[in-house]
Design a protein around this ligand. Sequence first.
Ligand code: GLN
Ligand code: ZN
Length: 757
Amino acid sequence: MKTSIIGYPRIGSLRELKFASEKYFRNEIAADALQKTAKKLRLENLTVQRESGLDFIPSNDFSFYDGMLDTAVLLNAVPDRYRNLDLSELDTYFAMARGYQGEKGDVKAFAMKKWFNTNYHYMVPEMDDHTEIKLTGSKPFALFTEAMENGIKTKPVLIGPYTFLKLAKYTGEKAAADFVFPIIAAYGEILKQLSGLGAEWVQLDEPCLVLDMTAEDKALFIQLYEKILAEKHGIKVLLQTYFGDVRDCYSELCTLDFDGIGLDFVEGKQSLTLVQQNGFPKEKALFAGVVNGKNIWRNHYSHTLLTISELQKHCGEIVLNTSCSLLHVPYTLKNETKLADSYQKHFAYAEEKLSELAELKRILASETHVETEEYQHNLYLFMEPRGGSNPEVQKKVAVLSEQDFVRLPVFAEREKIQKERFKLPILPTTTIGSFPQTAEVRANRAAFRKGEITETQYETYMKEKIAECVKLQETIGLDVLVHGEFERNDMVEYFGECLDGYLFTEKAWVQSYGTRCVKPPIVWGDISRAKSMTVKWSKYAQSLTDKPMKGMLTGPVTILNWSFPREDLSLKESAYQIALAIREEVLDLEANGIRIIQVDEAALREKLPLRKSDWKSDYLDWAIPAFRLVHSGVKPETQIHTHMCYSEFADIIKEIDDMDADVITFEASRSDLSILDVLKENHFRTEVGPGVYDIHSPRVPSKEEIKTALHKMLERIPVEKLWVNPDCGLKTRGNAETVPSLENLVNAVKEIRNENF
Ligand code: GLN
Ligand code: ZN
């Protein structure tokens, strides 16, 4: 049995590509130095893969920024506004990725979107009526040749034409259908050239096939591939899917003339059943995605062998594969010097997944595979207790009853009680939580972490910052204040560090977009609150003012979605454990005199399942209750806020209302405010603070602008339900723009309040 992977991380095991690219952006190194770093990283990847014994080694999985963007460039889909800058090829590419502002012009970047259900973001290709799709790029050929020169015949990987057309944005009159013939020709040319260079296989990634497909989608897919496969130029075509199953087009996949089909048996709920019920064409190779490309836990060999033996009943050649590209996991455990072996042995990052594939291959090749040492070793690993279990937490989750998820009294009654208690003016003003995090703030946190300053010194410094922040908000005239979140590096990492059951890594970076990487914490065991996490800071901040001080927490769904989750426990169960821990903090804050508590769910929408039919049963049915569990125990007069970093929740509007928060703030300034109509139509009950200005830009919004936004909002939202706040937290901004922006916000509100309400 051969082995394959879909793609490998490319940012560098120590983020070398990130640092080199950023130096290049700052003009500190030249293009050829950047190219040299990139080449070195590619060769390192090839070497690691070859040495592991991998049979199908991918090429063209490298990218300076993003694979969709690469495909756009390959296919000549470069809008005129970038061409007209008249920059070098590389700089045109980076202009599309990051925008360009300089002597040659001023253009915005391509839009960026989340890549399916991952935390990776892709650049959205733009097609206008002048776009002429044809093969103009050379990267797949150059990288294939580069690997050949190093003695490795690779399997070039490309985004397939269906996914490319489906994810592109059409800015003119033309739609996907108008580009079908040229894109068929371009892919034909790609196959021809790769074949000419000596490639045996090419992998075309079509993750869009795991989404719900309409009849029209299916027709487009068939139209594309019937033609492309009619002339393969002697190269074998692997159609690769991932992130789910292909239930809507399985029979078409089997009928079309692919030489290999890659299916995901980790996330594809129905993949195995599809093969069992419909069979699998014997003349095609099945690339069986059995090693999880998204999570960092070791593969459970006995489970994998079961799947494989089931597949063997139906298939001809089977190739062992990862479930998706390894782009979504960190490079190697070798860089985790601080993580004890008792933990490490349970993990497999990209490099270790290569070893797993090699081991599985050896096990399957041996006559008595269950007796092989590798199999036994793996079996033992999963049998031995690995610690991290907390019976008390498990019990708390087990005894949860319906009432634990219900806050009483009902919303309308609480609203009355709270209006009475807080006596806030109409259109109360507030912020989302964080205030500008200066280099000095970060340096102080780092110094404390490294033991360079004492805890007392650190606390004194933080208290000074909090006092400054409170004073500033009072001077500006905001109504509901925050402490500023200076103690936090990141809204998830901070809580992970305070919670029992979490593990932290040193170098487990995963690319989020372009040169940005994240280091998700790992849910290791049962989660509980070891100590109070925010009470000290909030209580101190409240002691400085008579105005209500918001307690500031991250919600369970967001904490979970931005971590590597457990595989031995359901997401629902993990979410409830985290929810119970955050609930304790909520009650602790309340007991310490905090009257308003905000629980951020910035990532709630992110992990909505890819298929709409799974939304409720697989996700919303536990995610929404997990949030409710956090706050259902507070007194009627305690006000619960939540915040979301987007306004695209029209399709889950009822569920958002069902979270039963008292107030929700969200990002609205960059959207067209159509969400307000949806709120109105649905009689949205929760009070709302749609962000009145965009904090992602250094621009200072004028008072007039904010008034205009508010007037629009007031046309759709009853005045007694409307809050006024920026879009999101201010931590990435400087004081220079934050202060005037908030002043304009408060002054705009003051003027509107005088307009006879
Ligand atoms: N309270 C957080 C902050 O203000 C929220 C961050 C976020 O929504 N991403 O920074
Ligand atoms: Zn936000």
